[in-house]
Design a protein around this ligand. Structure first.
Ligand SMILES: Cc1ncc(COP(=O)(O)O)c(C=O)c1O
Length: 412
């Protein structure tokens, strides 16, 4: 007798490991499904949840991929990344942060996401603690948990510009701390750490030599301040001996689908990550690596153009959101998100009599009432907030913000 999938799952729930049962589907993937369902029902939805640039990958980068295919670069690439791309990554790190990495200390993976995952898998023993400042990118805690670690959440408030303070870092450190994860500019807040902010944090790290630092620099080139992004290892070069720098081409070059990220750090760490990669996925797509090589070594004006466009959209989104009663906006200095505090709307009642108790109630209401899709701040470890992505057209941003304003005005 054959069983349906559902019946098979019901009779053998143990097929799913305990580790996987401890984590959940990424909220951005979950929200995609809901938006698709609503659109199928004929609803017009303005999607401000998107975590990727809405631009096409620049033509010269696509051409490099085509040329690689024509040259026959379609075989397994070196597992740790092609030497040419790793050399280009080293040159980029040198140009951005003034640090020099030999190619043996660089790994190329299938997106920055895999670099972070492999680093945690290669280093965490059961119960090791990883300090994650909140609001955080949704994947960090689950990636720690699935690798046997314990996330230690250190909260940063809007009053602190959503930035971790040295005092909060000091409080979070224990003898079991293995990593501090940092992300500047941040998804979801757009917070950018200044040299002064980093000096305080680096001083704490220098006093705690057992703590390693993982910097997710994926948005580093989407900085709207006019001053260069500062990296902790520029502030405290001694930390390079226990820092993993994570970056990639997804956000800066509009290359999310190509899946190329890279890491640079001390050799034993990179080699451990390379061993894991050699036994799991092998090297990242050879064609994408050729495209990423062109991205890093070819003309860079596309990055400046993208950043300038995001900055214009940021200004509009911030102006419109700041004009809505009940929202408090911290101006994002990088990335492509606004992260308003919506505590001022909690306890209000919708036209259908529902009391909004959480940020999730609010984002559900805005989706229903205004057809505007946003992600609740709870997903980022920050209840009482939500994330609006301005990686969308100016029209979508303007209409979305107007929809939010009108829906909020109906709350009593
Ligand atoms: C903070 C942060 N890190 C990493 C990633 C993933 O980057 P990649 O596409 O290179 O895997 C994202 C994507 O949303 C992100 O927001």
């Amino acid at each position: 007798m054959s069983m349906t999938n559902a019946a098979a799952l019901a009779t053998s729930p143990s097929i799913v490991s305990e580790r996987i049962q401890r984590i959940k589907l990424s909220p951005s993937v979950a929200v995609r499904t809901i938006i698709a369902q609503l659109r199928e029902q004929g609803r017009r939805i303005i999607d401000l949840t998107i975590g990727e640039p809405d631009f096409s990958t620049p033509e010269h980068i696509c051409a490099a991929a085509t040329a690689a295919m024509a040259r026959g670069e379609t075989k397994y690439p070196a597992s740790q990344g092609t030497p040419a791309l790793r050399k280009a990554v080293a040159a980029r790190m040198q140009a951005d942060w003034g640090v020099s990495y030999p190619v043996g200390q660089i790994i190329v993976s299938t997106g920055a996401k895999q670099v972070i995952y492999n680093a945690l898998a290669a280093t965490l023993n059961e119960g090791d603690e990883v300090i994650i400042p909140a609001p955080f990118w949704v994947s960090y805690p689950d990636m720690v948990v699935v690798n046997g670690g314990t996330p230690v959440i250190a909260n940063a408030t809007p009053e602190q510009g959503y930035k971790l303070t040295p005092e909060a870092l000091e409080r979070a450190i224990t003898p079991r701390t293995k990593w501090l994860m940092m992300n500047s500019p941040s998804n979801p807040t757009g917070a950018l750490y200044t040299r002064e902010d980093l000096e305080g944090l680096c001083a704490v790290l220098l006093r705690n030599p057992h703590v390693w630092l993982m910097t997710d620099d994926i948005y580093a080139r989407l900085n709207f301040t006019g001053s260069p992004t500062v990296h902790p290892i520029q502030v405290a070069p001694a930390l390079a001996a226990r820092t993993l720098l994570v970056n990639g081409v997804s956000k800066a070059y509009a290359m999310t689908g190509w899946r190329i990220g890279f890491g640079a750090g001390p050799e034993p760490l990179i080699q451990a990550m390379a061993v894991l990669q050699s036994q799991s996925t092998s090297g990242a797509s050879s064609i994408s690596q050729a495209a990423a090589l062109e991205a890093l070594t070819g003309p860079q004006d596309c990055v400046q153009q993208f950043a300038a466009t995001f900055r214009e959209r940021r200004d509009v989104a911030v102006r419109l959101m700041a004009g809505i009663d009940g929202l408090k906006v911290v101006v994002p200095e990088g990335a492509f998100y606004v992260f308003p505090d919506c505590n001022g709307l909690m306890g209000k009642t919708t036209p259908t009599g529902e009391v909004l108790r959480t940020d999730t109630d609010l984002t559900n209401y805005l989706l229903r009432e205004a057809g505007v899709a946003l992600i609740d701040g709870t997903a980022y470890g920050a209840p009482g907030t939500f994330r609006l992505s301005f990686a969308a057209s100016m029209d979508a941003i303007a209409q979305g913000c107007e929809g939010i304003r009108a829906a909020c005005a109906k709350l009593i």
